[in-house]
Design a protein around this ligand. Structure first.
Ligand SMILES: Nc1ncnc2c1ncn2[C@@H]1O[C@H](COP(=O)(O)OP(=O)(O)O)[C@@H](O)[C@H]1O
Ligand SMILES: [Mg+2]
Length: 272
């Protein structure tokens, strides 16, 4: 089981969108996938069309350990894709996590019980330095940092890198950054806007050895796909799926390298 979290310390950076498409595409490719909504805004739960009933456990109960992890997992309309949902009540978990002394490790511990059930765990992370964010990062083998192709995105990238560095120093993040994903890369016809170009160049400059992955193009099709519970390929715009295909390739490569060919995680190089 490989665990991937989408992390950025600002909203509107493409985290939920990235998690939605990756989870669905991996499941379509036959992988067993668990999506975890680690954001009380619960957008991933909404995108995957799950309604939380008042008496049903969510991530809150799974983290607190009042139910076993499997009891917080629900099927989705996609074969092979399962969800631990959230609702606004997830915010209450902070108290439990901060009181536990080892809050950053709790989600990782809860996932140990389901190691054998899934190939991939995809975690959508709350964009603040909250206890929920810390425990999600603590559970991640890999982190993707989506960042809007705008000044706000570059600033969010810098904040997020600093945060991950701090967590790594205290062993509360033991994974690696799989890459930075520029979000809402805007093109007019065949020409990339200057704003996108400059900001993506800035991301490359600040990437600090992490690969800057193929960009997510600005397009209304993404909203349409999430609203309709579909994939971009199902809307006839498969080329827009390219950044997610590339991430899936990377994850698969990492898995192969991990399972014995090499004994350390790879330094990944991606041609963009
Ligand atoms: N490729 C895209 N181009 C333009 N807007 C997009 C695209 N993908 C998603 N969006 C919209 O951008 C907003 C932010 O995306 P989201 O994934 O929710 O970010 P985050 O989870 O980081 O807050 C959402 O309203 C979403 O519908
Ligand atoms: Mg989100």
């Amino acid at each position: 089981m490989q665990t991937l979290a989408a992390v950025s310390l600002a909203g509107g950076q493409g985290k939920t969108t990235t998690c939605y498409f990756l989870a669905k595409m991996l499941a379509k490719a036959g992988k067993k996938v668990l999506a975890i909504d680690c954001d009380p805004q619960a957008n991933l739960t909404f995108f995957l069309n799950h309604e939380v009933a008042s008496n049903q456990p969510t991530l809150l109960e799974v983290i607190k350990g009042t139910v076993s992890t499997v009891d917080g997992i629900y099927p989705t309309s996609e074969d092979n894709l399962f969800l631990i949902p959230a609702d606004s009540g997830l915010a209450k978990v902070s108290e439990y996590l901060s009181g536990s002394g080892t809050g950053a490790l709790i989600l990782q511990i809860r996932l140990q019980a389901i190691q054998e059930l899934f190939d991939y765990v995809i975690i959508d992370v709350q964009p603040t330095r909250s206890q929920i964010c810390l425990t999600a990062v603590g559970a991640a083998d890999w982190v993707l940092i989506p960042a809007e192709s705008a000044t706000k995105g570059v600033n969010s990238l810098l904040d997020t890198q600093k945060f991950l560095d701090e967590q790594a120093k205290v062993m509360a993040f033991r994974g690696q950054i799989l890459g930075i994903v520029p979000f809402r890369d805007r093109w007019v016809g065949r020409t990339q806007t200057l704003e996108s170009k400059d900001n993506i160049a800035a991301m490359k400059e600040f990437a600090n050895h992490a690969p800057v992955l193929p960009t997510i193009r600005e397009s209304e099709k993404f909203k349409q796909a999430t609203r309709q519970g579909q994939l971009l390929s199902e809307l006839g715009v498969r080329d827009l799926e390219y950044p997610f295909e590339k991430i899936i390739e990377l994850l698969e490569d990492c898995k192969e390298l991990d399972s014995g060919v090499q004994d350390s995680k790879p330094g990944i190089k991606v041609a963009v």
